[in-house]
Design a protein around this ligand. Structure first.
Ligand code: PLP
Length: 398
C-alpha cells in the first residue's frame, strides 16, 4: 500500500490507514502527547504570568502551530525566512526571526512587512544594525530588531553590560527600530541536574534583565526582553523582568530532553516508523530500512549519562522494547542491538516487522521528513497499529 498523500486534510476515514500502511521510513506524530506537551508549558508559563512566543522550528507545521493557540494565529518565533513566509501566508502576523540577520535577506524581510507582517529581526553587530536601518529607510519601513545578548558563551551575542550593546541599541533606536534584547541559554542542554537547569534559567533571566537595564540606563526604550529554550522554560522559577519566553522543542520532546529530566520517554511525541530488512545474528544485529536519512546524524545523548545511540525502539503501538537501541546508522540502514552490558536477549523480529524509533533530537529528525503521519492517541501497550488520522506537511528550505 502506498503512502497516503492527502496533504494537510484529514485522511479519508473509509480508507482507515494505520501505521502499517505507508512505506517506511516515515515520521509519526502522536497528537495526544503533542497536545499534552503544549498544555504543560502553557500552564507553567501561565502560572508565572509570562506570555509564550513558541519557536515553530521544531515541527515547522501550520497544524502544530495552530494547536499552540487553540486554532488561532499567535506570536511565533521562526528559524528561517521560509518559515516566516509560510506561516504569514496562513495568518501569523507577529513573527520573530531568531537567527542573526544576513543583510542580503533584508529585501524578503521588507516584503513581509509590506504584506502586513510585523517581522522582528535579530542582530549582534553594528554592521547588521546599520543594514537594517538602511533597508527600512529605503522602503519607508520601521523594521523592529532585537539585539542578541550572550548569556553563557554557547553562540553569538554581545555582552550584557558592554558599550557595544548600547551603541547598537542607539543606532536602532534613532529610527525607532529597537525592540529589545533576546537571549538563548545554550548551556541548559548540558545540564546534569535539576539544580543546573534552574541555574541556567536564572542566568538567562538575570543576563536579559541586565542587558535591558544597560539600554534603559542609556535612555533607550526596551519593550521586549525575550528568553527561552525548552529546558529553561520548564526550569525557570522566576521570570521577573522578562516579557516573553521562546521554546520550541517542547511540543515533541526527545531523548535529549528525557536525559535532562525535562520530560519522560512517554512524553516524546515524534517517532520514525522503520521496517526490519535483515539480521546479523553473528553480530547481534537487526537491520532496518531507517538509517541516518530517517533519523538524522544527531547523537545528542552521547554526552549524557545514558547514551541512547540513534534512538530507542518501540513496537508499532509505542511499547518500548527493553534494552533495544539503534546503535548504528548508514544512509538508509539502521542497526539495532541490545544495549551494551544488558543481558536482555535480542528479540525475534522477523523481516517485515515494523518498529518505531524515538529520536535523540526531534528538530533534526523531523527535518529529514516532508510530513507527519498523525495518530490520534497514545496507544502504548495495545500492541495494535494506530490509525492515521491526518497527514501534516512540513515547511522546508530557507
Ligand atoms: C534563538 C532561539 N530561541 C529559542 C529556541 C528554542 O529552544 P528549544 O529548541 O530548546 O525549545 C532556539 C533553539 O535553538 C533558539 O535558537
Amino acid at each position: 500500500v502506498s503512502r497516503p498523500t492527502a496533504a494537510d486534510s484529514p485522511v479519508d476515514a473509509r480508507a482507515r490507514p494505520t501505521l502499517s500502511d505507508p512505506d517506511t521510513p516515515f515520521a509519526v506524530v502522536d497528537r495526544t502527547r503533542l497536545e499534552r506537551n503544549i498544555a504543560r508549558l502553557s500552564r507553567r508559563l501561565g502560572a508565572l504570568g509570562i506570555p509564550l512566543r513558541p519557536h515553530v522550528k521544531t515541527a515547522k507545521s501550520v497544524e502544530v502551530a495552530r494547536l499552540l493557540f487553540d486554532g488561532n494565529a499567535g506570536p511565533i518565533t521562526v528559524s528561517t525566512l521560509a518559515e516566516a513566509e509560510a506561516f504569514s501566508d496562513v495568518g501569523f502576523s507577529d513573527i520573530t526571526y531568531a537567527v542573526g540577520i544576513d543583510p542580503h535577506k533584508l529585501p524578503r524581510v521588507a516584503a513581509l512587512h509590506r504584506g502586513g507582517v510585523r517581522l522582528t529581526v535579530l542582530l549582534d553587530s553594528l554592521e547588521q544594525a546599520r543594514a537594517v536601518v538602511a533597508a527600512g529607510q529605503e522602503d519607508g519601513l520601521t523594521i523592529p530588531a532585537l539585539v542578541e545578548v550572550d548569556c553563557d558563551g554557547h553562540r553569538g551575542g554581545v555582552q550584557a553590560t558592554g558599550a557595544e550593546l548600547v551603541e547598537i541599541g542607539r543606532t536602532l533606536a534613532d529610527v525607532g527600530s529597537l525592540d529589545g534584547v533576546l537571549l538563548h541559554a545554550g548551556e541548559s542542554y548540558f545540564a546534569r541536574s535539576e539544580e543546573d537547569l534552574a541555574t541556567a534559567a536564572e542566568k538567562e533571566r538575570a543576563t536579559a534583565v541586565a542587558a535591558a537595564d544597560s539600554l534603559r540606563a542609556a535612555g533607550l526604550e526596551v519593550p521586549t526582553v525575550s528568553v527561552g529554550s525548552t529546558p529553561t522554560a520548564h526550569a525557570a522559577r522566576d521570570l521577573t523582568g522578562v516579557t516573553e519566553v521562546r521554546a520550541g522543542n517542547y511540543v515533541f520532546f526527545d531523548l535529549v530532553m528525557a536525559g535532562l529530566g525535562v520530560c519522560s520517554i512517554g512524553d516524546i511525541a515524534l517517532s520514525v516508523v522503520v521496517t526490519v530488512i535483515g539480521h546479523r545474528p553473528d553480530l547481534g544485529w537487526v537491520i532496518t530500512d531507517g538509517g541516518w536519512m530517517a533519523m538524522s546524524r544527531d547523537r545528542g545523548t552521547a554526552v549524557q549519562a545514558v547514551d541512547q545511540g540513534y534512538g530507542l525502539v518501540t513496537d508499532l503501538s509505542g511499547r518500548l522494547l527493553p534494552d533495544l537501541v539503534m546503535t548504528g546508522a548508514s544512509q538508509e540502514h539502521g542497526t539495532l542491538s541490545v544495549r551494551p552490558g544488558a543481558d536482555t536477549p535480542l528479540p525475534a523480529l522477523p523481516i517485515g516487522t515494523r518498529l518505531r524509533i524515538l529520536p535523540n533530537h526531534a528538530c533534526a529528525t523531523a527535518a529529514q521528513h516532508q510530513d507527519y503521519q498523525v495518530i490520534g492517541s497514545d496507544e502504548a501497550g495495545t500492541g495494535q497499529a494506530p490509525l492515521v488520522e491526518a497527514v501534516w506537511p512540513r515547511v522546508g528550505g530557507w
